[in-house]
Design a protein. Structure first.
Length: 456
């Protein structure tokens, strides 16, 4: 059945990265359980195809989670959508095991995501950006459906948008690239999220110097890549700390990413939540893999031996601004020791300065006013990742991401993606089993829904 705007989907997923892809697998598997009825799901993704941080798919870059923390295994170890099922289907299971390495390359993980996506393509509309969500009231005055405006090429409407409706939405729009104040993106000033895509199109002839701003994993990976791929260039690392801090992935610290850690965090006091963040930040934020730090140091050491310094650390420093000067980029670098500002002329500046957390309220418009907040103005979110709303809202607004304050460190990571999306799928299935009064309540499976997917 074509969706002309009158159809009310059981659930619409906003964004189709790993989180909502995992949700699709969970809904699908739920449907193969006996009993229940089909869930009508649709997903909208603004990219032209599935793309997981494509700009950082550097050759040789590795995953920071075990291959077993895939889209499904922790939810259902027998899932047909697991990384192991993918390896088996591609004929690489034995070869993968022979590598004796828990951490696949990011390129291979991307290939796995595409393999899973191929089974759900018909439920996804690409090149489709959800620009707003608003409440619609039923006859009884309660909000029983949500109206989504989707900006999409090829729609009949003059403004290029179409309208779709859902009883539940799952916002999984990911992190937004963050540039330092005073620095704007341009032809030779990039954010790390676009790095490899732009580098491949960039004429590197005559590039004499490159600066990379940042102290996290992406900064370190880009430094190593640039050092290795531009052998004639001087490479500068501009970072606020003295050096890179190591990512703690030791077994006891890693428990903070276990599915059970979500309960520990969710039901703990504000004070202990803060303590968890303080103690365990270094498992993921602004930290670098041990091996990579050693790789960079080894390059510097060999340079010293060869009496040619090519990789320079401008530590305890901050990039304050960047402007075009004589065909190059002039970066103002402030020393945090003395406050003095020096200028560095480079041919390429890459800001590996991280991301802003997901903020769903921007697209929620008026609906955001009906969402409950805590004392610090943050969204209140239930254990099943459903935003707490005022009682007249009978629709579910679920979040995958943006719940660090309620569900802890793994909120925007892959670690708990299988279990989290399973919990959301269950919650949606349960709400679909309770038809809203006065609406007949039936989901409408069709060509753009997860037809055949059943809710218990
Ligand atoms: C370089 C890099 C490497 C990483 N590696 C790891 C790792 O090894 N392990 C780990 O646990 N975490 C890692 N992370 C963290 C990362 O957040 C997760 O890997 C993962 O991307 C989260 O998936 P997601 O679907 O929630 O978000 P995303 O992958 O960001 O996907 C969100 C999607 O929503 C789309 N979208 C956004 N707004 C809209 C809209 N309005 N309408 C329609 N579509 C929209 C986007 O185009 C995007 O495709 C990494 C992050 C980066 C940047």
């Amino acid at each position: 059945m074509r969706d002309d705007g009158s159809r009310i989907h059981d659930v619409i997923g906003i964004g189709f990265g790993p989180s909502n892809l995992a949700l699709a697998t969970a809904l699908d598997e739920l449907g193969s359980e006996p009993g229940g009825r089909a869930i009508d799901a649709a997903f909208f993704e603004k990219q032209p195809a599935l793309g997981w941080h494509r700009g950082m798919l550097l050759p040789g870059s590795k995953m920071q989670v075990s291959f077993l923390k895939d889209l499904a295994t922790f939810r259902n170890p027998a899932s047909p959508y697991s990384f192991v099922a993918y390896l088996h289907s591609e004929g690489r299971l034995a070869a993968f095991v022979n590598r004796k390495d828990f951490f696949p390359s990011r390129q291979e993980f991307h290939d796995y995501l595409e393999w899973v996506e191929a089974r759900f393509t018909k439920y996804v509309t690409y090149n489709a950006e959800v620009v707003s969500v608003s409440p619609e009231h039923g006859e009884d005055g309660e909000v029983d459906r949500l109206r989504l405006e989707v900006r999409q090429d090829g729609t009949d409407a003059s403004d290029g948008t179409r309208t779709v409706h859902a009883r539940n939405i799952v916002v999984s729009t990911g992190l937004a690239a963050w540039m330092p104040d005073g620095i704007e993106r341009g032809d030779t000033v990039w954010h790390s999220s676009e790095f490899i895509t732009r580098f491949r199109e960039f004429d590197t002839t005559g590039v004499r110097s490159v600066a990379v701003v940042g102290a996290g994993q992406s900064a370190a990976e880009i430094l190593r890549f640039v050092y290795d791929n531009l052998p004639d260039a001087e490479v500068y690392a501009i970072l606020s700390p003295l050096g890179f801090s190591v990512a703690d992935n030791t077994p006891l610290a890693n428990q903070v990413f276990d599915p059970s850690a979500v309960d520990d965090f969710f039901y703990s006091s504000e004070r202990s939540k803060e303590a968890v963040w303080r103690y365990h930040r270094n498992t993921n934020y602004s930290v670098v893999d041990d091996e990579l730090i050693h790789d960079l140091h080894e390059r510097m050491y060999q340079d010293e031996l060869n009496r040619r310094t090519r990789l320079t650390f401008l530590n305890l420093s901050r990039a304050r601004s960047a402007e075009a000067a004589g065909g190059r980029t002039r970066v103002a670098v402030e020393s945090l020791r003395s406050g003095a500002v020096d200028h560095l002329d480079v041919d390429l500046l890459v800001c590996a300065t991280g991301y802003e957390p997901m903020d769903p309220t921007r697209m929620l418009g008026d609906l955001a006013g009906l969402c409950r907040r805590d004392g610090e103005g943050r969204l209140r979110v239930d254990r099943d990742y459903r935003v707490v709303t005022s009682p007249e809202i009978r629709c579910g607004i679920y979040l995958q991401g943006g719940t660090e304050h309620t569900h802890g460190l793994s909120s925007s990571l892959l670690s708990n993606i299988a279990v989290r999306s399973g919990e959301i799928a269950n919650s949606i299935a349960q709400s679909c089993a309770r038809p809203p009064a006065g609406l007949g309540g039936g989901a409408m499976p069709g060509p753009n829904g997860l037809s055949g997917v059943k809710a218990v």
